[in-house]
Structure formats: C-alpha cells, structure tokens
Design a protein around this ligand. Structure first.
Ligand SMILES: [Zn+2]
Length: 216
C-alpha cells in the first residue's frame, strides 16, 4: 500500500490532536522507511517482476525485518517510546504506535501473499488488493480522501503557505500514487528503492507546512 498508509496517519489527527504532521505521516510508513535500506544492504530481498500484481511490479521475496508482524510490532513499540520520550504526549505516542502497526494490516490487504508473521521464509499472507487496479484506486484513494478530510477538519491554515502547501502536498501524493500504478515498471530494483526512499523527502516539507497551520 502507498497513500493508504499516509491516509491512516492523517486520519489519526482527531485522536492525537497535538501530534504534528510529519509524525502523522511518518508513523504508518516506518516499515517502508526501513525496507529500501534493508534491500539495498542485502538484508532483505525484492525483485522487479512486471505484472507481479496489476498495481505493483514487485516480488517481495524476503522481508522479515521490515515487514513481519513481529518486527512491525517491535517498531510500533519503539516508535511510541521514542515519541513519548521526546514530547511527553502519551496519548499521541499510543496512537502513533498503532499507526505503525496499521502498516502490516494495510499491506496484508494490498499485497500478494508475501507478508510474514516472523520468519521471512515461513508462511506468508496477503489478500491481493493490488491484483485489481480499480480496487486499489477505490480503496487507497478512498482512504486518502477520508484521511485528508479528517486532517483538514482539525487544522486551519494560518496563511497562504498553510493552505496552498497542504493541498499541494495532498495533490502531489495523489498524483504520485496514480503515477506509481500507471507508469512502466522501474528499470531495476535500485531505481525502485531510490523512489521508495525519495518519497520521504516530503517529511521536511510537511514540517514546514505544519508550522503554517493551527490546530482547531
Ligand atoms: Zn510496506
């Protein structure tokens, strides 16, 4: 899943009202921040396989450290602990920890059966939403629209940067999502990893936009 993860973080704003936008966007994506690092360093394995699923040309062969249920649960606890240590906001720490955990559930819905529980070479699970392009656009697009609406309902632009920046960021993510589905497969897994990691350049941008919006 791609923007569906961002959607979960945006939708968490009403239940974690003091959490800032970069944290809300980062928490549900923690496994996908680790994944390109682990594949690039050879700890995990993935290949570009055109047509592997209709929405993503990826064969995710081995990813126990970034994407097993146990690993994601550990990431959730660590992320929540880090957040509470920095901010002292226990409520948001729990909500953001659950956002990390949601990554496994969302990927389980979207992926072909490649999501491990613990061992990367054991039983793997996935409902295969990515086998349907219309289904992927409907579910992830719908989630993202709801997430944007919930975030926008609990924040207000302080100035033009806060308004244009926020809707520009949401629009950019929506376009990037459609591009990821309809563009030809990347030439190599390394190119894919670059794009996967490059997405997180939006976090400093989100930090800047967040400083131009007030909570309501
Ligand atoms: Zn993932």
């Amino acid at each position: 899943m791609f923007i569906g993860h961002f959607a979960v973080g945006l939708a968490a704003k009403p239940v974690a009202p003091r959490a800032r936008l970069p944290w809300l966007l980062l928490a549900p994506q923690v496994p996908d921040v680790l994944w390109p690092i682990f594949v690039a360093t050879g700890i995990e394995h993935a290949r570009i396989v055109p047509g592997a699923t209709a929405a993503a040309p990826l064969s995710l062969d081995y990813m126990p450290y970034s994407h097993s249920l146990v690993a994601v649960a550990i990431q959730a606890i660590a992320f929540g602990a880090l957040y509470v240590a920095i901010t002292r906001d226990r409520r948001a720490a729990i909500v953001l920890g659950l956002c990390v955990l949601s990554h496994w559930v969302c990927d389980w819905i979207a992926h072909a059966p490649d999501m491990p529980l613990l061992r990367g070479d054991g039983a793997r699970y996935g409902l295969g939403l990515w086998n349907s392009v219309p289904g992927t656009i409907a579910v992830e697009g719908g989630m993202f629209a709801i997430g944007c609406a919930l975030y926008a309902s609990r924040t207000r632009a302080r100035d033009r940067i806060g308004a244009i920046g926020w809707w520009g960021l949401a629009g950019f993510l929506a376009v990037a999502f459609l591009f990821s589905i309809f563009s030809p497969p990347p030439p190599s897994i390394d190119a894919m990893l670059g794009v996967a990691f490059g997405v997180f350049l939006i976090l400093p941008l989100a930090w800047w936009i967040d400083r131009h919006r007030d909570d309501v």
